[in-house]
Each structure stands twice: as structure tokens, then as C-alpha cells.
Design a protein around this ligand. Structure first.
Ligand SMILES: [Zn+2]
Length: 264
């Protein structure tokens, strides 16, 4: 039953969800929950959520980290797993934070190695339009109820030769993405084209986005929202390292910026 094949390697036709999740469920200090339940064919699926509460977090900063909503972009799932493993061994890094990590937002697509879910949907175009897709209902509930101060999404782009990202929400967001791109840029090249993915870009930052992507509901105080993209054709190990470094940089910078603002 236990599958020792690396989750990044499709085995026969399917990539193993268990190989990704089982080591994470055993990590000390992390709380695992399987959200919802839905069927595909004869099989049951749910969306895994891992919660990690750092020290000194009586009034924690809620952060959501979302990966693999496109099932053929496993680097994000592996990076979320690697980050979780690192903070379980180094909890002080998560000081002040309550982290909700969703490593596998499209489990059927992850198994099939397809961008779309097995029902044929690009889930990252279905948000906030009353979509009946079960993955969307589960994720929208999380986005409505968790009151995130920040949302980080991990993606890979097969048309890009370098790392880049999208910013939305809180005005300080680009001040988080900029250092994250600089740090990740030591691992993989940075995409500095004037146009990326059809959008105008400046130094690897895009200020627009597609309709229907995973995003916070409209609120008076919007969270920071960052979509971080790695070049899909780069070696997997480098994509994972770049994404982990990006997450760490975004979180450290955010904590630094808000504690600076609080002390003014
Ligand atoms: Zn993607």
C-alpha cells in the first residue's frame, strides 16, 4: 500500500498522493486535516490542509499557502512539503505566524499530471463565480473563514525561462515579492521581460491577473496576495528550492514590515 515512488515521478500513469502526504502527516507540531470529501469515479478525494502555529502567536498572523491547483505543476506541492518539513524542525522561523498550508489543491490533476482537474476544469479560473466544483467550494470556504493576512500561491510556467510573480491586494505586496524574487534569483534566473504571460511586467512583477483565480474575497483590509511562478522546464530540485526561499523571504519581510509599522 505504501508507495515509495517520489511524488514528482508519475508512476505508471498516476502520481502518488500518499507518497507526498504520508511523511508530512507524521511531522511534529503540524496538524493535518482532510477537508471535504468528493468522488471521482469510484474513488474518494479530499483537500489536505496542514496547520502550523509558530511560537509567540497568541494573536497570530494568518497566512495561507496554496500549491498544485494546476496538477501538472508538482514543484509547488513539493516546495510546500519541504517548507513544512523545515519549519517543523525550526519552529522559531514561524514565530508570530499561524500557517495554513494546502499542498495539493487539485488532487486528481496531481495524480493524472494534468493542469485541469479530472472533471476537465482549470480550477484556477473558477473562483468566486458560484462554481459547483468541490475543490472550489472547499477552498472558497477556507478563504472566507480563515481571515488570511497573506496568501501565497505556488505555480510553474512552461513558457517562462525565469522566476516571476503576480501581486494583488495589500499595497505592501510588491515590497514582499521584490526581495523574494531577488533571493530566488540566486537559484534560478529571473524573468525580466517587459511582457510575461501576456501581461505587462516590471522586474519580474505583474500587477494584473486572470479572472477567477484563487484570491481572497473582497474585504476592507485586503491581505497581501502573491502568485510565485518558477520556470517549469528548470530542474525540479531548483524549482523547489527557489519556491521555498521565496516563501521564507515573503514571510520574514512581512513580519519585519508590520512590526516596523507597529512601532512607528
Ligand atoms: Zn499554474
Amino acid at each position: 500500500m505504501k508507495d515509495s515512488v517520489a511524488p514528482s515521478t508519475p508512476e505508471n500513469s498516476r502520481r502518488s498522493i500518499a507518497a507526498l502526504l504520508e511523511p508530512l502527516i507524521a511531522l511534529p507540531g503540524t496538524l493535518f486535516e482532510a477537508l471535504g470529501s468528493f468522488e471521482s469515479g469510484a474513488e474518494k478525494y479530499s483537500l489536505p490542509r496542514f496547520t502550523f502555529r509558530g511560537p509567540n502567536s497568541s494573536d497570530p498572523i494568518h497566512i495561507g499557502i496554496f500549491a498544485a491547483i494546476h496538477g501538472d505543476e508538482p514543484a509547488g506541492a513539493l516546495a510546500a512539503a519541504e517548507f513544512l518539513d523545515e519549519i517543523s524542525r525550526e519552529p522559531e522561523f514561524a514565530e508570530n505566524f499561524l500557517l495554513h498550508i494546502y499542498p495539493l489543491c487539485n488532487p486528481t490533476g496531481f495524480e493524472d499530471n494534468t493542469r485541469h482537474s479530472r472533471r476537465g476544469k482549470d480550477l484556477n479560473r473558477e473562483f468566486w463565480k458560484s462554481s459547483p466544483e468541490p475543490e472550489i467550494e472547499i477552498l472558497e470556504r477556507e478563504l472566507r473563514t480563515q481571515h488570511f493576512s497573506g496568501i501565497i500561491q505556488l505555480h510553474a510556467d512552461d513558457t517562462s525561462d525565469g522566476v516571476y510573480g503576480f501581486v494583488r491586494g495589500h499595497t505592501l505586496t510588491e515590497n514582499l515579492l521584490r526581495p523574494a524574487l531577488a533571493e530566488a534569483g540566486r537559484i534560478l534566473p529571473r524573468n525580466v521581460n517587459a511582457t510575461i504571460d501576456g501581461f505587462a511586467a516590471r522586474d519580474g512583477i505583474i500587477y494584473q491577473s486572470y479572472e477567477g483565480i484563487l484570491a481572497a474575497p473582497i474585504r476592507s483590509e485586503p491581505p497581501f496576495e502573491i502568485i510565485f511562478e518558477t520556470p517549469h522546464h528548470a530542474p525540479m530540485e531548483l524549482q523547489v528550492r527557489a519556491l521555498v526561499v521565496a516563501i521564507r523571504t515573503i514571510l520574514s519581510e512581512y513580519r519585519r514590515l508590520i512590526s516596523f509599522a507597529a512601532n512607528l
